[in-house]
Ligand binder design. Structure first.
Ligand code: FES
Length: 320
């Protein structure tokens, strides 16, 4: 996992929709930034140890700017509020180099991009790339209302505006997201991408499966997870390198239990989203609560996200 970081400056800041701040970040000297692929995100270091992940929503061909859209969520654990309050124009901020857990499928012949609310951000970068490649796609943007949604003016002016479809909860039924119609005629070359609130994503993924898409044709990026590390029964963790065993209590995360014996694990999202706390499992069976590992990786049971996942077996042996 790369820990390389960059210092950038907020060149432009604009509040759009209901509480979405759109930030253009650039190098202080205007130099090109490291390249990124559509679907990538960056870690934003917000001070006081707060690190949060946000998708890059600009055109990857634009090499001097990273664009982010951040929804202010007063119920979040502080990241989005800090971004809104601390990142004014001219502010300097440290970010990680782009990483991508949500890439476009190389073999897709037709792409359906579905973004719920702020989950539209990676879809905008994908739309730029697919348009530039001349590949067929449609972008479906779902939101509570027109007034609540950011990026509408930008999408209306984009060269791919004809491929953008909006769906608002407070508008008439005729414009609602109709997945059976959208996925009609889907074949093995059709790929669906979805990002948004967990409940919305779960519904889209279940519907797409019911309509015949194979798991490998459905690509997802969670930015909000409702599962927490707490709850669950207590279990033991053995650290293979020292032979030490410690108890993870009910309601305690593995990261917290390790911190109690001075073993510091680097964390970022603390929600099983980013992969920062990934660790190898040498024995035992994890109870996976993350959304970072694929279903296949979870079935292998040889990796675990220590910030949120627990154990089904009495003991987990970790490569620590
Ligand atoms: Fe992000 Fe654990 S800190 S997955």
């Amino acid at each position: 996992m790369s820990e390389e970081t960059l210092q950038v400056v907020v060149r432009r800041r604009e509040v759009q929709g209901r509480d979405v701040v759109v930030l253009d970040l650039a190098a202080a000297d205007g130099a090109e930034l490291p390249p990124f692929d559509a679907g990538a995100h960056v870690d934003l270091h917000l001070g006081d140890g707060l690190v949060r992940q946000y998708s890059l929503c600009g055109n990857p061909a634009e090499r001097r700017t990273y664009r982010l859209g951040i929804l202010r969520d007063p119920n979040s654990r502080g990241g989005s509020v800090a971004a809104h309050e601390r990142l004014g124009e001219g502010a300097r901020v440290e970010i990680g180099v782009p990483r991508n857990h949500f890439p476009l499928a190389a073999d897709a012949r037709r792409s359906i991009l579905v973004g719920g609310g702020i989950g539209v951000t990676p879809m905008i970068a994908m739309a730029h790339v697919l348009h530039d490649r001349g590949q067929p796609f449609a972008l479906h943007y779902c939101g509570r209302s027109r007034a609540s949604c950011a990026f509408l003016d930008e999408l209306a002016a984009a060269p791919f505006a004809g491929a953008v479809h909006t769906h608002f909860d407070d508008a008439d039924d005729a414009q609602r997201l109709d997945l059976p119609a959208i996925l009609a005629g889907a074949d093995a070359g059709t790929h669906l991408y979805v990002c948004g609130p967990a409940g919305f994503m779960d519904w889209v993924i279940a519907e797409a499966g019911r309509l015949g898409l194979a798991p490998g044709q459905i690509h997802k990026e969670y930015f909000q997870v409702e599962a927490a590390a707490g709850g669950g029964r207590a279990f033991d963790v053995t650290l293979a390198r020292s032979g030490r065993t410690l108890r993870v209590a009910e309601g305690q995360s593995i990261v917290e239990a390790l911190a109690g014996v001075d073993v510091k694990i680097k964390v970022s999202c603390e929600q099983g989203v980013c992969g920062t706390c990934l660790c190898t499992v040498l024995a035992g069976t994890p109870e996976h609560r993350d959304v970072f590992l694929t279903d296949e990786e979870k079935a292998d049971n040889d990796q675990i996200l220590l910030c949120c996942s627990r154990a089904l077996s009495d003991t987990l042996v970790l490569d620590l």
